[in-house]
Every structure is written in C-alpha cells, then in structure tokens.
Design a protein around this ligand. Structure first.
Ligand code: EPZ
Length: 420
C-alpha cells in the first residue's frame, strides 16, 4: 500500500545520527558473490528496499543469502548459483540488477538479464556495458526483452569508456577478474563505491591495480576466496543529513561517516556559510540561519555528486540570493523542482540549469516523491516549511534510506509515516 510522510516544519534538530552502509557499494558487492562458488560475508549492509530486491534476484539465481537485519550482515552461499534469467519484475524494481551481467558472464559465460527501461531521471541506456562485454568476447542479442550475453571464457582487452559510468565500470571489473589475460579500463569511474568493490575483490584474490584512478588494470585469475568485508558508509545519506542539520538544526553529530568521500560537497557547504567540523569519522554540523547562495554543477567523482543535487537545492532555498545549479549527469533530474514550487520555492529551469532564488519562506503542502534523491529533498524542505507538508509515494525513499523518519525523529523532527 502507498504511504506518505506527514512533516510539521519548524522543529530544531539536535543530537546524533549514525550513517548506514552505502547502498550503491553493497549492490555491486552482493552481485560479485556470484563470481565464485565460495561465497562472501558482508558487514554494514543497509536494510533498504534496493538491497532486498538484489537479495531476491540472487535467490532466483540459486544463491542462498542469510540477511541478519539486526547486525546488518549478509552471509552468502553461492555454491548453487545458476545462470538463470533475471526477470522483468526484478529489473522493473531496480535497474542496478544489470550489475548481475558481469559476474554471470564471468562465471558461466552467459547471462540473461531483462533489458532495463528508462527511469524518472533519464533514459539511462546500458550501451557502454554491452559494448564492453562484446569487446571482452561475449556475443550479444535481445530475445523476448532479455539482454542475452554468451561466449567462451572472456579475454582481457582494453576498454576505453566514452564517458564515466559507475555501474559500467563495476560490471567490467567483475567481468574481467576471471577473464583470460589483462583488461585495462580507461576513463574508469572512481567513485568510493567503485573502489569498495575493487578492494573487496582484491581481498578475495583478484589482481587489480589503479584502484581509485581512472585507469584500472585487472589480470584474470581462476578462483576467488570467501572473505569478510565491511561496506563503506553511505556518503549520500551523510550529505542528506548535513543539509538537514543546516536548514533546521542547532547542533547535529553525524557519526560513522567518511568525510573524505564528500570533500567537494563539504567545501561547497562551507562556501555557503555552513559550519562543519570533522572529528575522525564524525561530522559536526551547526545549524545556520545566514546561508549564502553558491553555484554548483554536478560531475563524476570527485566532483559534485549528482545524487546530492536535489538536497543542495533545498539548502539554496534557505540562502538569501540567487544560485545556479547545473545538472550534467542525467537529462531529467529536476523532477523535485515542480514539487518544491508547490511549497512556494522560486526556481526557474533553463535546460539543465536551475536558477534558485532563495531566502523566502516556504509553506507546507502536499508534494509527490518522484525518485529516490528528489524525495529526500522534499522531506528536507518540509523540515523548515511553515505548517504541514505531506510527501506522497515514499516508496521511492525507502529504496535507499534506512529508517529515515526514525533517524530524523530521534534528532527532534516532527515526521510520521501514514498510510495513504
Ligand atoms: C550510478 O548509476 C548510481 N547507482 C546512481 O545513483 C548515480 O546517480 C549514478 O551512478 C551517477 O553517479 C548505482 O550505483 C546503483 P552512470 P549508473 O552509468 O551507474 C549515461 C541513486 O540515487 N550512460 O554513471 O546507472 C547515463 O545515462 C542512483 O542511488 C550511458 O549513456 O550511472 C548517465 O547519463 C541514482 N550509457 C551517465 O552516463 C551507459 O552504458 C552516468 O551514468 C551507461 C551510462
């Protein structure tokens, strides 16, 4: 059934919040368990809908997963893995299931994954994934909607991406770790989540050099061992709580965060007048009433993360003056704008540029979540809008934020989950 959040604006946030494991690191890590029959033991796995969907996909492929939600661990037994079909119903819920292509192809020399469609934020084709698998020796065809990849043992080669692709890089890394010979990936994505996958594969016995750079070298091996690995904390959840604290906080301690993963974002927050103090893996944020307009444009890591663009826009709604926000990664990632305007926000769109005139009061209203990060930004706006804000269709939010309303309530926010 559909649910919504009811938020009463105006409460001040104080206290501590613990960041969960990164969904976008855990997803490729879970997929990588298929690479060997020895399985994998993961710690710090967030209990969110996308993770549950990936676990369901793995079960369909004969992989047994024991998710201890209390301790956030997943023990994976991939002995019985089979290259069965990853169906439409899985892909419909979560396009990141394309991350199963690389491991299935590497271990079984074939993969049948339903072709992902577009989503709210853009067409999101996977042409670079498919072209790479073909370069590694796989034959590609489309059959009854499935992307079918077949081949002998993959042969290492040079893969030069036209543009940075996070899951494209992850898919090629996973396809290459068991290939025959060396694969060099140029223009590789360097996101912390890509690095986390590579670090875990290395621990399992893969031979990978250049982790964290845009040239990754992989020498194929024949087997990978079962290891224990802890998922990095979620930098996007961290950034979301930094904005929550700035727009409605007094003093908030964000614990279990890796601030280096957010260097550029935090520098922009400081430029906007935010008071940030980093102590080991805690970020201390002081609420700020005098915020300044700051221009940003999204870029691949280590640039400004597209997944924090909507949240930063809400911060700019509190800043007196005009700021320019340019979205360079996805062609349709301003869906939150028309919803924020319902709260009284003054934002104009010109192509991939949003012109934000911040500083005026927002008043609560009914708004609709459209995609994961946009829905988080609507909650953030509700924290300081006058009166009641209802955010509808919050299943979008449940895909990537663990116990979001509970964490906000523990900080003093008025937010409750209601049935539609
Ligand atoms: C990952 O998506 C993340 N998802 C996204 O987070 C994130 O927004 C995105 O990277 C950018 O950082 C996961 O990691 C599961 P891309 P991904 O391939 O890999 C185009 C969230 O909120 N492209 O780096 O799908 C593509 O259309 C999600 O958790 C092609 O044209 O993104 C986009 O415009 C949302 N052809 C750009 O490249 C391809 O073959 C970057 O996409 C692949 C991508």
């Amino acid at each position: 059934m559909l649910e919504r959040f009811l938020i009463q604006g105006g409460n001040r946030l104080n206290g501590r919040v613990k960041i969960s494991g990164a969904k976008n690191a855990a997803l490729p890590l879970l997929a990588s368990s298929i690479l060997s029959e020895n399985g994998l033991f993961l710690r710090n796995v967030p209990d969110v809908a996308d993770i549950r969907t990936m676990l369901k996909a793995l079960e369909l492929l004969g992989v047994r997963c024991f998710f201890d939600k209390e301790n956030h661990t997943v023990d994976i037994d991939s002995t019985g893995a089979k290259p069965r079909k990853v169906p439409y119903d899985i892909i419909r819920k979560m396009r990141a299931s394309v991350l199963l292509m690389g491991p299935l192809l590497a271990r079984f020399n074939r993969a049948y994954v339903y072709t992902p469609g577009g989503c709210a934020i853009g067409a999101r084709p996977i042409d670079m994934h498919i072209d790479s698998f073909k370069k590694l020796g796989a034959r590609y065809s489309v059959k009854e909607g499935y992307s079918v990849l077949k081949g002998q043992r993959l042969k290492g080669t040079l893969i030069h991406f036209d543009r940075k692709t996070v899951t494209g890089t992850e898919n090629v890394v996973m396809a290459s770790v068991l290939a025959d010979g060396e694969t060099v990936i140029k223009n590789a994505a360097t996101e912390p989540e890509v690095q986390d996958l590579c670090n875990c594969l290395k621990k399992m016995g893969a031979e990978i050099e250049g982790i964290g750079t845009d040239t990754i070298r992989i020498r194929g091996v024949t087997t990978l061992e079962k290891v224990e690995y802890s998922v990095i904390p979620d930098r996007i959840e961290t950034g979301t709580f930094v904005v929550a604290a700035l727009v409605s906080g007094e003093k908030v301690l964000i614990e279990g965060a890796i601030s280096e993963h957010l260097d550029f974002f935090l520098s922009k927050v400081v430029e906007a007048g935010g008071k940030i103090e980093v102590k080991r893996n805690t970020i201390v944020v002081q609420g700020q009433d005098k915020l300044l307009p700051v221009n940003i444009e999204t870029a691949p890591y280590p640039g400004f993360p597209t997944d924090l663009q909507a949240q930063f826009m809400v911060l700019m709604l509190k800043a007196k003056g005009t700021s320019y926000i340019k979205e360079n990664i996805f062609e349709n990632r301003f869906q939150h704008v028309q919803e924020l305007k319902r709260l009284g926000a003054d934002i104009k769109l010109e192509g991939n540029m949003a012109i934000v005139n911040g500083g005026n009061m927002l008043s609560g209203a009914d708004v609709m979540a459209t995609d994961l990060r946009a829905s988080a930004s609507l909650v953030l706006a509700g924290l300081f809008a006058k009166g009641e804000t209802r955010v509808h269709r919050i299943y979008h939010l449940d895909r990537g934020y663990e116990r979001f309303e509970e964490k906000l309530r523990n900080l003093g926010a008025f937010i409750v989950r209601e049935k539609e």
